[in-house]
Design a protein around this ligand. Structure first.
Ligand code: THU
Length: 127
């Protein structure tokens, strides 16, 4: 892994500590890189009405879009848990909307996996 990607994963790990996850206990952080090198991060935010919760990946992507930025070049996801997981289906669809070609890294303390949207969402729906 190169230095930029390590930095992105470190950022995802930092922001995971800000997650609000009292119901699942899964604290997730996500960080995306923009074409000028800027990093935007987001964490999962849960709610007592469970379905209102937002995942870390969508949190970061919606922040970027809200700042007028769609030039996403890479995405990192960190979960503060023994169980590692790739982005959920809803997040895959949202990542695909804005960044269908980017590398995606997901990790926890023990393991780091690199993947692509082509692998995660083959035959994606798009208008
Ligand atoms: N979660 C994420 O933040 N990203 C994913 O891709 C999968 C799940 C969060 C949502 C919820 O707060 C917790 O993890 C358990 O599902």
């Amino acid at each position: 892994m190169n230095k930029d990607m390590q930095e992105l994963l470190d950022e995802a790990r930092d922001v995971a500590s800000k997650a609000y996850a009292p119901y699942s206990g899964f604290k997730v952080g996500s960080a995306l890189r923009l074409s000028d090198g800027k990093i935007i991060s987001g964490c999962n935010v849960e709610n007592a009405s469970y379905s209102l919760s937002i995942c870390a990946e969508r949190s970061a992507i919606f922040k970027a879009i809200s700042e007028g930025r769609k030039d996403i070049t890479a995405l990192a996801i960190w979960v503060d848990s023994d169980k590692i997981f790739p982005p959920c289906g809803a997040c895959r669809q949202v990542i695909y909307e804005f960044a269908p070609e980017i590398p995606i890294w997901y990790a926890n303390e023990n393991e780091t996996v690199k993947t692509t949207m082509q692998e995660l969402l083959p035959g994606a729906f798009m208008l």
